[in-house]
Write a protein of this length. Structure first.
Lengths: 369, 833
C-alpha cells in the first residue's frame, strides 16, 4: 500500500491510470456476465467489488494524489465502481429470476395424484328437496310449521273432515300406536299440521310443513311405509282457487324451470272442497312425447304430465273445526310427495335407494345446492 | 269401474266419430280419474266368424289331446273348413269363433293354412286369451245364442273401448254406466235421458203365489228395503251373449242367468241387487242387527264371526248374508233354483263400511254402498232385473214387498256468487244454475233468504256427497273446467323466516356433511332385538318404548327411542356393500312414552263443529309420546385416508366427542365433557356431554361387545345428542369478546397425575389457579411409561398468558405458573414433572 503523498509531489499512481481502471472494469464486467448462478455471482462480487478487489485497492491510492489530481481521479474511480456495481445488481436480478423459476420448476408436482384424504359427506337429497321446496315459500312470506309424527287421531282425521267411518282410517293404511284405541297414530299425511297451524297461529296463516309421514305399505320399488310430504296452507280473507293455481304455478317454475305448465284436475279429499289433483308438465319432454312413439319419455311415460300432488280449497268444515269463520275467511291447501318429486326431478327409479342409507346414493347429491 | 263405450252409447247419443280417448280427456277434466282406455281385442286384424262345429275327430298318438274338426262358417266364409284344435271343451253343434287364414291376432300372430298334426289346418278356433278378451285359456270360447256365419267381432264386443275409471269416494254414482253416461252427456253438451227412472213394464203379478214378506229393524240399517219375486224361472236358461259380454267388459265373470242379471243391472244403474233362492228361505227376510247371531259362511266360503253391530239379512233360520256386502252360502242361487227373490235396498253407508272393514271384505256391492247408492233407485232397478229374468228365463212375476222410511231430499242454500268468489273468476248466476241442473239438481230461488241471488238447490238422490255449499261450488267449477281458472299469486305480508330450531337443524346437517359425514334417513322402527344388541338395560328410559299395534315387521314393533340402532344398520349395509370407511349421521325424531299410553285416547274427540277448547287440545297433546329431534352419527374406518402422503387416521373416540361438540357449537352451545357409562358405548370410552347442567348426549367408542354381536367393524365410534334440548339452550345473542393486542407469553407445564384423574379437571385447575391472565390451556401431550411412576401419567399443557393492557413481566408469568401448579396439586394431586 502506498503511503499518503504528504509532500504533494506529483507522483503518478499506476493503478489509477485510466487504462488500468478500464482494465479492472472490463475484467469485472466479463466476470459478472460469466457468473452462472447467484453463488458464482457472490464470488465475482467479492473479487471485483469487495474490499480487496483491484478497484477498491486502487481507490485507496487517491489519497496519495496531489489535491489537484484528486477530483479528476475520484470521479473516474466513482464512475468505474458504479459501473461494476450496476452490472452486479442487474446480473443479480437476472439470476434471482432464473433461480426462482428453477426452484418453482423443481417443485412441480403431479397434481392429478389427488386422493380424497377427507371423506366425502353429503346431505340426504330428500332433506335438501324439502328445504328447496320450503325455501320457495319462505321467500314469499310463508313460515315453516311443524307437528308431531306420532299424532292424535283427532288431528290426523277428525279435524280434517275424515269421520270415524272414513275408509282412510282403516288398519290397512294407518299405523296405530298400541292399542288401537290409544287415539294416537303415526300421521298418515302432513295435513294435520293444517289444523295445528290454524289453532296455534293468528290469521292470516301462510305456512308450509315438510315432514315425515307413515302408511302401512311394504317397501318396494314404488312404495315405502315411511315417506315425506310437503304441505302448504293459506287462510286469509279473499283467498280463491286462482291463488292456489298461481301459487302452484310459481312452485312449478321454481322447481322445474320457467314456462313449465301445471294442470288441475278435479278430485276428492275430505279436507278440501273443491279438490284437485295437481299435474305438472313433464319438464323433460314438455309434452312432446305424447302420441309420438319414436321418442318415448321415461320421466312421464309419454303422458306429457306428471302427477304431483293434491290440493284444493280448505273445506269450510275444517275452518269451522279450527274456529275460523268461513264466511269471512277462505283458504287453499296443497300437498306433494317429496320422494315422488325427487324421483321425477332427478330420475331416481327405485324408492329403496332413498331409504337404505347407501352412502353412495347420498354422496352423489352431496354438493347440490 | 270399467266402462264400455258401446254401453255408454246406449245411454247417450254420442257422435260416432268421438273416440274413447276423447271421452276420457273430457271426463278427466270433469273429475273422473280415467286411468286407461283399452280397445277390446286391440291388434285383431281381419275376419272373425262364428262357425258351427259339424264334426270332431279325436287324433291319437300325440302328447296332448288334439282334435281334427270340421267347422261350418257359412257360404260367405268358405263353408266347412278343417281345423286342428288343441282344446276339448266343445261338442258338435257348438258355435265357436274362427279366425280364417289372413287374419292377424293380437300380438301379431298371422293365421295361415298350415300342416299340423298330419292335417292342413285352415283357420283357428279362438280362446278368450288369444283374442285379447280375457285371461281364460282353459279352452276355446263356446258362443251361445248366435248363428253360423255372423261376424264374431261384433258379438264379442271387439273394437269396443273400455275406460277404466278410479272412482273417488265422493263419486259413488260413477260406479255405474248411468252415472258415467250422465257425465259424458254433460261434458259433450248432449241431452241426457235417465233411463234408470223409466217405468218398467212388468206383467201383472200372478195370483197363485205371494210376494215375499220383508222387514227392517230400524232406519239406521236401511232406509229402503225391497223384495221382488219371480217363480217358475228356468234355471237352465242361458245368459244372452250381450249381457255376458257387458259383464265381461266390466271385469266381472258371468255365472248364471239370475246372478248375471243382478250384476248387469248393478253395473248399469249402480244399484246392488241380490238374488235369493226362494226355496231355501224360511219366513220373512229382514235387514237386522246381527245381535247375538254367532257366525255364518259367506259366498266366498269364509266363515264370518258376527259382531252385534254388523248388519245382516236374515230369515227365520238365521243370517243369510252380510247386508250390502255379500250373501251367504245357504240361500245361494243354484242349478235348480226356480223361485227367485230379488233384494234391492238402500243400506246406510257408514254401517256397511264399518262391517266391510271389520270383515276385511270388499265387494262390488259394498264398494257402492260405502260411497252411497241412489236413495230411490231400488224398486226401479229390481223391476228392470225382473224384466230381464222373465225375458230370458221365463216364469211368472209375483210382485214386490217394500219397507221404507220417509225420504227427504237434501236442500242446500247456495249464494249465487259463491262459485265465482271461490274460483276467483266471474260466473253468471244463470251458468251456476245450468251446471247444477246438469248434475241433476233442481235449482230454485231461495225465497227464505230474501235475496234474488240465492238458490235453493235440491240434491238428486244419487248424489249423497252433496251436503254443503262448497260441494256445489266444486260441481260448478269442475264443469266449467279448472283450466279456465286464473293464476294469481296472493299478496302476503312479511313472514318471520325460519325458527331458531329450524335454522340450527339445517346448520347441523350442513356442517356434518361438510366434514365428511353422510346424512341418512332410516326407518324409525326398532324392537327388543335392537335394544338388546345395544346392551340397553331394562330400566333404561330408552326402554319406555312407544309400541305400534300393527307394525310392518313383528320383530320391530317399537318407535325408536335412539337413532343409534338405525345408524348401525346403515353401517352394516354399507360395509356389506364394500364401502370401507363409513361416517353416517341422521337428524330425526325419537319417541319415548310420556306415560302409560292409555287405551281410551280414541275417546278424546272434540266436536268438529267449533274450535276445540284449550283443555281439549291439552288432553289430545297429553296422549302423545315425547318426540324430540335427535342428531347422531356412527363413524367407522378412516377419518383421514391413508395414501402416498402417509398413513391415515382412523376415527377414534376423540373424533366422536369432537364432532359432537362441534354440533353443540353450531347451536351456540359449549358442551362440556366428562367420563360416563352409557350403552351402547364402551364403558371406559364414553363421554357425557352437557350444558347448563343438562346432559345433552353421549359420545365415544361403541362397546366392542355390541360391535361383535352385530358383526360391525371394530372401534366404530358414535355420538347422539338431543337436538331439541340443545336448541332450547342455544345462544341467541353472543356477547363479543375483549381482544387484547398486548404480547402473549407461552408457558408449558408437564404435570404427573394419577391415571384416574381427568385431564379436563387438571386443565380446569390450571385455568382457575392461573386466573384472568390465562388466555388458553391446551393439552398437547400425554405420557405414561418408565419415566413416570406406575399408575401415573404425565399431562403436558401449553398455556398462553396475556394481559389486557400490558406486556407481562417475568415475575407475573412466574406467579401465574406457580399458582396454576399449586391449584393442580391441590385439586388433582398433580406434581410438576
Amino acid at each position: 500500500m502506498s503511503a499518503p503523498n504528504r509532500s504533494y509531489d506529483p507522483v503518478g499512481v499506476a493503478s489509477l491510470e485510466p487504462q488500468a481502471v478500464q482494465e479492472c472494469v472490463d475484467a469485472a464486467l466479463v466476470a459478472i456476465a460469466g457468473a452462472i448462478d447467484l453463488e458464482a455471482l457472490k464470488q465475482v462480487r467479492l473479487e471485483h467489488s469487495g474490499d480487496k478487489s483491484p478497484l477498491a485497492l486502487a481507490n485507496r491510492e487517491i489519497g496519495a494524489l496531489p489535491p489537484a489530481a484528486k477530483a479528476e481521479v475520484g470521479k473516474r474511480m466513482g464512475l468505474a465502481r458504479a459501473q461494476v456495481k450496476d452490472a452486479l445488481l442487474a446480473r443479480e436480478a437476472e439470476l434471482t429470476v432464473e433461480n426462482d423459476l428453477r426452484i418453482l420448476r423443481d417443485e412441480t408436482v403431479d397434481v392429478t395424484m389427488t386422493a380424497e384424504r377427507m371423506g366425502v359427506g353429503g346431505r340426504h337429497p330428500l332433506t335438501t328437496m324439502m328445504e328447496r321446496m320450503s325455501e320457495v315459500f319462505v321467500q314469499m312470506g310463508y313460515e315453516i310449521a311443524e307437528g308431531p309424527e306420532a299424532e292424535a287421531e283427532w288431528f290426523n282425521f277428525d279435524a280434517l273432515n275424515i269421520g270415524p267411518d272414513h275408509p282412510a282410517r282403516t288398519m290397512q293404511d294407518t299405523f296405530f300406536v298400541d292399542s288401537v284405541d290409544s287415539g294416537v297414530v303415526l300421521r298418515t299425511q302432513t295435513s294435520p299440521i293444517q289444523m295445528r297451524a290454524l289453532l296455534e297461529r293468528s290469521l292470516p296463516v301462510y305456512v308450509v310443513a315438510p315432514g315425515r309421514v307413515y302408511r302401512t305399505d311394504e317397501l318396494d320399488a314404488t312404495h315405502t311405509p315411511v315417506f315425506h310430504q310437503i304441505e302448504g296452507i293459506a287462510v286469509d280473507e279473499g283467498i280463491t282457487m286462482a291463488h292456489l293455481k298461481g301459487t302452484l304455478d310459481h312452485l312449478a317454475t321454481m322447481m322445474f324451470g320457467t314456462g313449465i305448465k301445471t294442470r288441475l284436475r278435479p278430485s276428492y279429499f275430505p279436507f278440501t272442497e273443491p279438490s284437485a289433483e295437481i299435474d305438472v308438465e313433464c319438464f323433460v319432454c314438455r309434452g312432446s312425447s305424447v302420441e309420438d312413439p319414436s321418442s318415448p319419455c321415461r320421466t312421464c311415460g309419454s303422458e306429457g304430465w306428471i302427477e304431483w300432488g293434491g290440493c284444493g280449497m280448505v273445506n269450510p268444515r275444517v275452518l269451522i273445526a279450527a274456529g275460523v269463520d268461513p264466511e269471512r275467511y277462505s283458504g287453499f291447501a296443497f300437498g306433494m310427495g317429496v320422494e315422488r318429486t325427487l324421483m321425477f326431478r332427478h330420475g331416481v327409479t327405485d324408492m329403496r335407494d332413498m331409504v337404505e342409507g347407501d352412502v353412495r346414493f347420498t354422496q352423489a347429491f352431496g354438493l347440490e345446492v | 269401474m270399467r266402462v264400455s263405450m258401446t254401453w255408454v252409447r246406449d245411454w247417450v247419443e254420442l257422435p260416432a266419430d268421438i273416440s274413447g280417448r276423447e271421452v276420457a280427456e273430457r271426463l278427466i277434466a270433469a273429475g273422473l280419474e280415467v286411468e286407461s282406455v283399452e280397445t277390446v281385442g286391440a291388434g285383431l286384424d281381419g275376419d272373425l266368424t262364428v262357425g258351427r262345429v259339424v264334426d270332431i275327430e279325436e287324433l291319437t298318438g300325440f302328447k296332448k289331446p288334439i282334435r281334427w274338426c270340421q267347422v261350418d262358417l257359412g257360404p260367405d266364409h268358405g263353408g266347412v273348413r278343417g281345423i286342428v284344435c288343441g282344446a276339448s271343451n266343445f261338442i258338435v253343434d257348438d258355435h265357436v269363433a274362427v279366425a280364417i287364414p289372413g287374419t292377424q291376432l293380437p300380438g301379431g300372430f298371422l293365421i295361415a293354412a298350415r300342416e299340423t298334426y298330419g292335417h292342413i289346418s285352415d283357420g283357428m278356433i279362438c280362446s278368450e286369451r288369444e283374442l285379447g278378451l280375457g285371461d281364460d285359456h282353459a279352452g276355446i270360447m263356446v258362443l251361445s245364442n248366435t248363428e253360423t256365419g255372423v261376424d264374431a267381432k261384433a258379438l264379442l264386443g271387439i273394437g269396443d273401448e273400455i275406460l277404466d275409471i278410479a272412482v273417488t269416494p265422493d263419486r259413488g254414482y260413477a260406479l255405474s254406466i248411468r252415472g258415467v253416461a250422465r257425465e259424458v252427456a254433460t261434458a259433450f253438451g248432449i241431452d241426457f235421458h235417465d233411463r234408470a227412472m223409466d217405468l218398467v213394464d212388468l206383467p201383472a203379478p200372478a195370483v197363485d203365489a205371494m210376494p215375499w214378506p220383508c222387514d227392517v229393524d230400524d232406519a239406521r240399517i236401511a232406509e229402503l228395503f225391497t223384495l221382488r219375486r219371480v217363480v217358475g224361472f228356468n234355471p237352465a236358461a242361458h245368459t244372452p251373449a250381450w249381457i255376458r259380454r257387458r259383464i265381461n267388459s266390466a271385469g266381472m265373470r258371468p255365472v248364471s242367468l239370475a246372478v248375471d242379471v243382478t250384476n248387469y243391472v248393478m253395473l248399469e244403474t249402480g244399484q246392488p241387487l241380490h238374488a235369493f233362492d226362494g226355496a231355501k228361505l224360511r219366513g220373512a227376510v229382514r235387514a237386522s242387527w246381527a245381535g247375538s247371531h254367532g257366525s255364518f259362511t259367506t259366498l266366498d266360503h269364509v266363515k264370518r264371526t258376527l259382531q252385534p253391530d254388523d248388519i245382516v239379512i236374515r230369515d227365520d233360520s238365521g243370517p243369510l248374508g252380510l247386508a250390502g256386502i255379500m250373501g251367504g252360502l245357504t240361500s245361494e242361487i243354484g242349478a235348480e233354483s226356480t223361485d227367485i227373490v230379488l233384494e234391492a235396498a238402500w243400506f246406510v253407508s257408514s254401517t256397511v263400511a264399518k262391517s266391510a272393514r271389520r270383515h276385511r271384505l270388499s265387494s262390488e256391492a259394498s264398494r257402492r254402498f260405502e260411497r252411497g247408492v241412489d236413495r230411490v233407485l231400488a224398486p226401479y232397478a229390481s223391476a228392470r232385473a225382473a224384466q230381464l229374468l222373465l225375458a230370458y228365463g221365463g216364469g211368472s212375476y209375483v210382485g214386490l214387498t217394500a219397507w221404507e222410511s220417509p225420504y227427504e231430499p237434501t236442500v242446500i242454500s247456495l249464494a249465487g256468487q259463491l262459485p265465482a268468489r271461490t274460483g276467483g273468476l266471474p260466473i253468471e248466476s244463470s251458468v251456476v244454475k245450468e251446471r247444477l241442473e246438469a248434475v241433476g239438481c233442481e235449482v230454485g230461488d231461495n225465497a227464505t233468504e230474501g235475496s234474488a241471488d240465492n238458490f235453493a238447490v235440491v240434491v238428486p238422490p244419487w248424489r249423497p256427497d252433496l251436503i254443503d255449499p262448497a260441494d256445489l261450488v266444486e260441481e260448478v267449477l269442475r264443469l266449467g273446467g279448472y283450466d279456465v281458472l286464473p293464476s294469481v299469486l296472493p299478496v302476503i305480508s312479511a313472514g318471520r323466516g325460519l325458527t331458531a330450531a329450524q335454522r340450527i337443524r339445517r346448520r347441523v346437517g350442513i356442517s356434518l356433511a361438510g366434514i365428511g359425514v353422510t346424512d341418512v334417513l332410516t326407518y324409525p322402527f326398532i324392537g327388543d332385538v335392537d335394544l338388546d344388541a345395544c346392551l340397553i338395560a331394562s330400566e333404561d328410559s330408552r326402554r319406555r318404548s312407544v309400541v305400534l299395534a300393527n307394525p310392518i315387521n313383528d320383530e320391530q314393533p317399537f318407535l325408536r327411542s335412539t337413532l343409534i340402532p338405525g345408524l348401525l344398520g346403515v353401517l352394516r349395509r354399507n360395509t356389506a356393500r364394500g364401502v370401507e370407511h363409513v361416517a353416517v349421521s341422521e337428524i330425526g325424531r325419537v319417541f319415548t312414552a310420556a306415560q302409560q299410553i292409555s287405551d281410551g285416547g280414541v275417546g278424546i274427540r272434540p266436536s268438529v263443529s267449533r274450535r276445540p277448547s284449550q283443555e281439549e287440545v291439552s288432553a289430545l297433546e297429553s296422549l302423545l309420546p315425547i318426540q324430540p329431534y335427535h342428531v347422531a352419527a356412527v363413524l367407522s374406518g378412516e377419518r383421514m385416508r391413508s395414501g402416498w402422503w402417509g398413513s391415515g387416521q382412523d376415527y377414534i373416540w376423540a373424533d366422536a366427542i369432537e364432532i359432537a361438540t362441534m354440533v353443540g357449537r353450531e347451536a351456540g352451545v359449549s358442551l362440556s365433557v366428562e367420563a360416563s357409562q352409557y350403552a351402547p358405548w364402551h364403558p371406559g370410552r364414553t363421554a357425557a356431554l352437557s350444558a347448563d347442567g343438562h346432559t345433552i348426549g353421549y359420545a365415544g367408542e361403541i362397546d366392542p361387545r355390541v360391535l361383535g354381536r352385530l358383526g360391525l367393524p371394530p372401534r366404530t365410534c358414535a355420538f347422539e345428542l338431543d337436538l331439541s334440548r340443545l336448541t332450547d339452550l342455544a345462544t341467541m345473542v353472543q356477547p363479543a369478546p375483549q381482544i387484547s393486542s398486548a404480547p402473549v407469553a407461552k408457558e408449558d407445564l408437564a404435570l404427573v397425575v394419577d391415571h384416574e384423574v381427568a385431564a379436563s379437571d387438571v386443565a380446569a385447575a390450571i385455568r382457575d389457579g392461573g386466573g384472568v391472565l390465562v388466555e388458553s390451556v391446551r393439552l398437547f401431550d400425554v405420557y405414561a411409561g418408565p419415566q413416570v411412576p406406575a399408575g401415573k401419567r404425565s399431562l403436558a399443557f401449553a398455556l398462553r398468558l396475556r394481559a389486557e393492557d400490558r406486556t407481562l413481566t417475568a415475575e407475573e408469568i412466574t406467579r401465574v405458573r406457580n399458582d396454576a401448579i399449586a391449584a393442580a396439586e391441590q385439586r388433582c394431586g398433580a406434581v410438576l414433572r
